[in-house]
Design a protein around this ligand. Structure first.
Ligand code: RB5
Length: 149
């Protein structure tokens, strides 16, 4: 599984920790930056990661900013992207089982490294349940294409 990872300056340290973990676990990781704690704009880095998924160059994404909010807002603007902001593993599990989330957003200023790694482990190892949940996922795409009357 190919994972694209991105952060802004506020998520940089957590990105590095998660990248180490993913490398050790044998995942192929594409790091699209940022590469330091110099202040940057999270939409630019969120988009770099989303682009990789939309082009089929990555299967899943992990986006980190200070709160995870900005990154999740950016990611969810794009079709077929379902980004879940998670602060604990149960949300990550449900985001996969019911929402087929393909992007995990994390808040580097909110959670510790240990919690973040547990969330990532759960996110990457949990399967989508399909069935009625697939119908709902398809509805999101359908409804988001409607023009308000
Ligand atoms: C940067 O200060 C901060 O605004 C950003 O990392 C993020 O939390 C935005 O949602």
């Amino acid at each position: 599984m190919k994972i694209v990872i991105a952060s802004d300056h506020a998520g940089y340290f957590l990105k590095e920790k998660i990248k180490d973990f993913l490398d050790k676990e044998g995942y192929e990781v594409i790091d699209v930056g940022t590469y330091s704690t110099v202040s940057v704009d999270y939409p630019e880095y969120g988009y770099k990661a989303i682009e990789k998924i939309l082009k089929g160059e990555a299967d899943k994404g992990i986006l980190i900013c200070g709160t995870g909010l900005g990154m999740s807002i950016v990611a969810n603007r794009f079709p077929k992207i379902r980004a879940a902001l998670c602060h604990e593993p149960f949300s990550a599990q449900m985001a996969r089982r019911h929402n087929d989330a393909n992007v995990l957003a994390l808040g580097g200023r909110l959670i510790g490294d240990g919690m973040a790694i547990e969330i990532v482990k759960t996110f990457l190892s949990t399967e989508f349940e399909k069935g009625r949940h697939e119908r709902r996922i398809n509805l999101i795409e359908e409804l988001s294409n409607l023009k308000p009357k």
